[in-house]
Design a protein around this ligand. Structure first.
Ligand code: PLP
Length: 403
């Protein structure tokens, strides 16, 4: 267990929120420190889209202040696209967990990444340096240049050489989706110099890794995954310094990718159990990775040195058959839920990436990605064992294995 560094005072409080508190404590209490004083136990869900005020001069002043630097408006909210008190609690809590000044929530992980790219383009910095693999749609957004950005793909050692005067962002995932390749974030941050490093921390979560402490200026999550944790919220969030958060809030206000307040509530609730969920699922994943690695039907297993609840593995047999035979495990894309999910990246999560680029990034056509949940580990193994089928006498040729 580690203790979190003190943050700037949010001083609303019943007690000193700046005192160092352990991650497990922050997970339960951050974003809720004012509740007891208000006589509340659970956070209120504020579904208002607009906020009545008889003082339109004061509203004008709040909008002017927001337009200047994107700071969260002080005083009563004005309009739901500018900010929401329930979502703000989740943002406060996530920033505490990631050890950043601020966090800005979005309607999805892709909306969060889009806002980051737009922020940089708006500053005239359209060039992005990125390391493969990334989640398939992140790769697609960059490769297709859908937001007017231009990408240079490189490996971590090539980052410094790939930087240009108009480079606005360096992007990495570690562990990466879906191969679980790990990057030395501190070394990469050093190579970036003054260019902001965005680390997608979706797979590790702040329970296992806090990229801001390693030099990443931006920490992105598909909050759809572990932060929500129950497969019922689509969301994204960027944890960063307050200056960058201001840019992101202005982009969010102008482009509209806001998070629904009910999702904000569910995410705050999800954070409370995040450390317990991640540790329990990681223990099962480590055991399943061990059993898979010892199984003759399995050709290759990847499990991060960092730990975590994700496993990538290749079978000698047809990966589509494995998917078709699971009974307890959910055969579905996505990850980080209480139930275990399995999917075939070449068919789903990374289908949109050009096949050669995908294979070049280590995403073979045989690769399966397992997101381990909270079920009993022996029940999970029994299901995997059945799904792996009888050992093939000779490996199924790839052309037959992957339709
Ligand atoms: C690592 C990673 N980043 C970003 C995303 C995009 O998030 P969302 O689906 O919430 O838009 C995903 C989705 O799978 C992901 O796995």
């Amino acid at each position: 267990m580690f203790t979190l560094a003190p943050m700037d005072s949010a001083s609303n409080g019943a007690f000193d929120t700046t005192a160092p508190r352990a991650l497990a404590t922050e997970a339960v209490h951050a974003g809720r420190d004012d509740l007891a004083r208000q006589g509340l136990h659970t956070p209120p869900i504020d579904l208002s889209t607009t906020y009545p005020s008889y003082d339109s001069r004061a509203e004008a002043a709040r909008i002017d202040a927001f337009a200047a630097d994107g700071a969260d408006p002080v005083g009563p909210p004005v309009y739901g696209r500018l900010g929401n008190p329930t979502t703000a609690r989740f943002e406060t809590a996530l920033a505490r967990l990631e050890g950043t000044e601020s966090a800005v929530a979005f309607a999805s992980g892709m909306a969060a990444l889009s806002a980051v790219l737009l922020t940089r383009s708006a500053a005239g910095l359209r060039h992005v340096v990125a390391v493969r693999p990334l989640y398939g749609c992140s790769d697609h957004l960059l490769t297709a240049g859908l937001l007017g950005t231009e990408v240079t793909w490189t490996d971590p050692a090539g980052i410094a050489d790939a930087l240009r005067p108009d480079t606005g962002l360096v992007m990495v995932e570690s562990p990466a989706n879906p191969t679980l390749a790990e990057t030395d974030l501190r070394a990469v941050a050093h190579a970036c110099g003054s260019v902001p490093l965005l680390a997608d921390n979706t797979f590790a979560t702040p329970v296992l890794q806090r990229p801001a402490g390693l030099g990443a200026r931006l920490v992105l999550h598909s909050a759809t995954k572990y932060l929500g944790g129950h497969g019922d919220v689509l969301a994204g969030v960027v944890a960063c310094d307050e200056e960058f958060a201001g840019h992101l809030r202005r982009i969010r206000f102008a482009t509209g990718g806001v998070l629904h307040p009910l999702a904000g509530y569910l995410l705050l609730r999800g954070l409370a159990t995040l450390p317990v969920r991640v540790r329990a699922a990681s223990a099962s994943a480590a055991e399943l990775a061990r059993r898979l690695a010892a199984d003759p039907r399995v050709a290759r297993v990847r499990y991060p040195r960092l730990g975590g609840a994700m496993i990538a593995f290749e079978t000698h047999g047809d990966p589509h058959e494995v998917i078709s035979r699971v009974r307890l495990i959910t055969p579905a894309v996505s990850l980080g839920s209480v139930d275990t999910l399995i999917q075939h990246p070449a068919s789903i999560s990374h289908r949109i990436v050009d096949a050669d680029d995908r294979r070049g990034a280590g995403v073979s056509d045989r690769l399966l990605r397992l997101s381990v949940g909270l079920e009993d580990v022996d029940d999970l193994w029994a299901d995997l064992d059945g799904a792996l089928g009888t050992p093939a006498r000779t490996p199924v040729p790839l052309s037959e294995a992957v339709g």
